[in-house]
Design a protein around this ligand. Structure first.
Ligand code: ADP
Ligand code: MG
Length: 354
């Protein structure tokens, strides 16, 4: 089920934007328009975000990510194209209806989260509810729950300047969670944090997501972050989405040389999974009577979603293959040491695009 849907979105800044869209549709390039003082920030972007997934938009600075995100919550009007939220065309709503949807269903978390210095952590987390006119007792209760969820339980009465940068960013997340909005739009929300704290926040978001099942659009310029968080990832370049797929799709089948150059630095052992490289079981060597087991010796048994990084330890102690089980715990395949090494050495193949 798609919660959010972008259809052929364009955003052009400059004179006569509609005419510029027509030029783009007729094949004009971004550079050509730039020479005329026109910025094509987003060009023909289409995608769907399913309920409960983390959809990541990844691209270098200036590639159009923030502009795209602002169109998704109606802060910016598309020059062309539509945004559908639960099937409703955001671009066709009256200003009042749009404000209603924005305040009730959509929350935004920015990179630099501005806390009010003279309000307590609790009041800061409750701010989104205050704006909506939720009575004090209720908003404080919901804000306290949200702070608890983000690991800030006990800090309610503290002041923002008593918190570290990472904790302040958590207050931002708590503010968004407290509103109960089911769509979270996160624009480089962790980019300003130190690497360790950032990783911590990524873990926390994944953990929260398991429980809360929000629909999240997460923007980042960091491919490793994209791959850790994204159920699906859209890669943007110069205003266009050049690939849209799972981390594994992007790693194994990059759509073009641009994406291929991006993924060179990605840690493949953390993206590829046992299930993606396993060999289907050899019936001769299996014992079908034993669920998840086989007649042969195994170095270990792991679920199919296990990252390759976690297969090294079993192979350090044994030359036997690792058994891979499916979601029901049944044996789905095996990974041999050779298979693991081959998967890590493989160079991704790029499809030739005309
Ligand atoms: N309000 C605006 N007016 C003019 N140009 C803009 C405006 N907002 C963004 N841009 C331009 O659009 C392009 C995409 O910007 P942005 O969406 O902020 O990219 P990103 O978030 O990926 O860094 C950039 O060239 C930027 O300068
Ligand atoms: Mg941006």
């Amino acid at each position: 089920m798609s919660r959010l849907r972008a259809e052929h979105l364009y955003k052009v800044f400059g004179r006569r934007p509609e005419a510029a869209v027509q030029r783009l549709r007729d094949g004009a390039g971004r550079e050509e328009l730039r020479a005329d003082g026109i910025t094509a920030a987003v060009i023909d972007a289409s995608f769907e975000v399913r309920a409960g997934e983390i959809f990541v938009v990844m691209g270098l600075s200036g590639s159009g990510k923030s502009t795209l995100l602002r169109m998704l919550n109606g802060l910016l009007d598309p020059t062309a194209g539509r945004v559908l939220y639960d099937g409703r065309d955001l671009t066709a709503l009256s200003p009042r209806e749009l404000r209603e949807v924005r305040s009730r269903n959509i929350s935004m978390v920015f990179q630099h989260f501005a806390l009010f210095p003279h309000r307590s952590v609790l009041e800061n987390a409750a701010y989104g509810l205050e704006v909506r006119g939720v009575p004090r007792a209720e908003r404080e209760e919901r804000a306290a729950e949200a702070l608890e969820l983000t690991g800030l339980g006990g800090w309610e009465r503290s002041w923002p300047d008593e918190l570290s940068g990472g904790m302040q960013q958590r207050v931002g997340l708590a503010r968004a969670l407290a509103t109960d909005a089911d769509l979270l739009l996160m624009d480089e929300s962790f980019s300003a944090l130190d690497p360790l704290i950032r990783r911590d926040m990524q873990d926390q978001l994944l953990d929260l997501q398991k429980r809360l099942k929000k629909t999240i659009v997460f923007i980042t310029h960091d491919l490793n972050e994209a791959m850790r968080l994204g159920d699906r990832i859209a890669v943007m370049r110069d205003g266009r989405i050049v690939q849209n797929g799972t981390a594994e799709d992007i790693l194994v089948r990059p759509a073009n040389d641009y994406v291929a150059s991006f993924i060179q630095d990605v840690d493949r052992t953390r993206v590829l999974t046992a299930g993606s490289i396993m060999e289907k079981p050899d019936p001769e060597r299996l014992d079908p009577e034993r669920p998840g087991g086989s007649a042969g010796e195994h170095a270990a048994t792991v679920p199919s979603g296990t990252p390759l990084a976690e297969l090294f330890a079993p192979f350090a102690h044994s030359t036997a293959p690792v058994a891979v089980t499916d979601e029901r715990g049944q044996l789905a395949g095996i990974v041999t040491r050779e298979r693991l090494l081959a998967a890590l050495g493989e160079q991704p193949t790029t499809e030739v695009t005309a």
